[in-house]
Design a protein around this ligand. Sequence first.
Ligand code: RM4
Ligand code: MN
Ligand code: MN
Length: 424
Amino acid sequence: MLIGSNKIESHNEELLKKHTNKLAFTTTEISDTESIIKKLIDFQIAIPSWALGTGGTRFGRFAGGGEPRSLEEKIEDVGLLHALNNASGAISLHIPWDIPTDHNAIKALAAQHNLKFDAVNSNTFQDQANADHSYRYGSLQNVNKAVRKQAIAHNIEVIQQGIALGSESLTIWLADGSNFPGQLNFRKAYQNTLESLEEIYDALPSNWKLFLEYKCAEPNFYSTTVADWGQSYSYVKKLGDKAQTLVDLGHHLPNANIEQIVSLLLMENKLGGFHFNDSKYGDDDLTAGALKPYQLFLIFNELVEGMDARGMNHAKDLGWMIDASHNIKDPLEDLLQSVEAIMIAYAQALSVDRKALEIAQDENDVVKAQEILQNAFRTDVRALVAEARLRSGAALNPVELYRSLTVRKNLIGERGLKTMATGL
Ligand code: RM4
Ligand code: MN
Ligand code: MN
């Protein structure tokens, strides 16, 4: 299904008057809205190919119908999102869930939808059919060299796939760890993992990045071999300049100060990118900003401050991705909501009065500093995000248009009710 620009235009016409009034009010509240809108237009968030279907939990799966049956249909789904919000201009593939058969055809299809290929992701957390070895006891850390070799070869193959598509980064998330005390020698597991990562790193093209994700627990519940940002930092520091840490918001111990982690990684030039989502208990992979929008804002506040301090390009110099899993929502509606929440947090961070904040910090004026941040968070920036969409030919209200065009019903008509996407 394609959304014609005439559909978007008539939707926008209907909402225009209300929007213009809101925007006029917002410009009285926030200074330099023009430069904020320009940055919002440039900002793109990659959509994970594995989040376009309805995932399940350990207990059940409630598919919503019309799920993409192939990589082509996944690209079409991301194309739909991008047509609606002009902020989802890239797709992040998980291999082997999404192995292209004809790279040129896939590239051409993505180009038709104005999509790029973001980071490619390897998978050594599941055994693959016909594989010689099992990852039951880990992959890059495994005590058995043959298993490590298989996992290294898989990562190198993922790099080759990415090269063929025009990706420029590899994200590695390892399920490796242990379930019981005594199961692993921590130092040996670290050393094996480092050596394996070094081999993968050597296979990276010169313009590529390697993002090493960390996660405190799950699927292993006693130890994880890349468990937190310090451990990821220790690996990427040894690997070299092309290796950086990836922060997935759901991968921390409860109440971790993620914004401080982000600030310091950025300062060390070791922050590579993000997997946005939200959570209450663990790696819940819920809609970004659904539970802790203030935390999301505080993270963006550090990002904007830190990136500006280094003269970085907000849109291009870090990898921005969503990592999500849906149990009950329509995945496309959920992804539209996530992108919107991320854009709002970014716009709020851009609106912070940085000079005033710096003065307040230098004067130890704690109350003033808090006022400045909370004022930015509490000021409604939604009209700025909507204006960025309007100017780039997208919809003023993507979810509303998605619903009024009955997109899901059409997809079910095209693809059927009982389809199942590969992924989570
Ligand atoms: C993990 C991690 C990875 C993602 C897999 C599917 O928890 O977040 O980024 O690729 O899930
Ligand atoms: Mn992730
Ligand atoms: Mn995760």
